[in-house]
Design a protein around this ligand. Structure first.
Ligand code: ZN
Length: 276
């Protein structure tokens, strides 16, 4: 008879397999995510965010939010803020959150029309990007009296450089801000797990209320924090959040029976940080 000797490596593999198997069984204990709860026993959290400081956010979007006393998070570029400076000052004073969205709005140079001086993210370094981001923070302090705590990555891109020289700029955002939000993600944020420097963001542009609700139903499992992101506000379009969908969504999210806590990115991040 042969005895089978198991190496410590094999033993570890078997132990891991057994513990994964027990996670999948019906006796699976509730995970920390499943137990996480938000203020007023809400089961899910949600933030409404808008990028670029487009004029229609001041003209159409903020009046809808204000009508229902809802606070949004707006990631701004100085050149757009300048076009509605008084409107943005008023929004900040009324409790809407203003975050940083860089000065150049530099994305991958594959968006030829978004290149600056013919440069894309593939051609700049971290020092270039830091200056660009700090220019917006300085502008926000001086013109809006706001110290931004949140950041959104233009186009959701988080890198500089090419190939072997690529560097992530996520650590820079972690150094300068409390949170950074990406774009076009396929999940929400697990409150006990998510990285504040790369918060997932989900599209709300171009969708009807029914489509947004279907998406929320899919994303909300495990007490997720969902951050919706839009650009223009008005008539539904590729980069426009439909104003009727937005209003219907706010009414739905404010109804306590639907289980959502609706607040700004910074407010929810602060709460999660304290309670996880
Ligand atoms: Zn943008």
């Amino acid at each position: 008879m042969r005895t089978i000797k198991l190496s410590s490596h094999m033993m570890a593999a078997i132990t891991m397999t057994l513990s994964f198997a027990s996670l999948g069984g019906t006796d699976r204990t509730e995970s920390a995510e499943d137990k996480f709860s938000y203020p007023n026993n809400a089961r899910y959290a949600i933030s409404l965010s808008f990028d670029d400081a487009r004029n229609s956010q001041v003209d159409v979007g903020i009046p809808i939010l204000d009508k229902y006393d809802v606070k949004g998070t707006f990631y701004v570029n100085p050149k757009f803020v300048d076009e509605r400076l008084d409107g943005w000052k008023k929004a900040a004073k009324n409790g809407h959150e203003l975050g940083n969205h860089t000065s150049s709005h530099l994305c991958t140079g594959n968006f030829a029309w978004l290149r600056k001086d013919n440069l894309g993210l593939e051609q700049v370094d971290l020092a270039w990007l830091r200056r660009d981001i700090e220019m917006t923070t300085t502008y926000m302090r001086e013109k809006l009296d706001v110290e931004p705590r949140s950041f959104a990555y233009p186009c959701g891109n988080t890198f500089v450089g090419r190939g072997k020289e690529v560097k992530s700029y996520v650590p820079l955002i972690a150094e300068l801000f409390k949170t950074g939000r990406t774009w076009l993600d396929e999940t929400g944020n697990n409150p006990t797990y998510t990285d504040f420097a790369q918060l997932a963001g989900n599209r709300m542009d171009g969708m009807s209320f029914a489509e947004i609700k279907d998406m929320l139903d899919m994303l909300k499992e495990n007490n997720k924090w969902i951050i919706l992101a839009g650009h223009e506000v008005g008539e539904k379009g590729m980069y426009t959040t439909d104003k009727r969908a937005l209003e219907a969504l706010i009414i739905y999210l404010k109804d306590p029976k639907n289980g959502y806590w609706l607040a700004t990115v910074d407010e929810i991040a602060t709460y999660i940080e304290k309670h996880r």
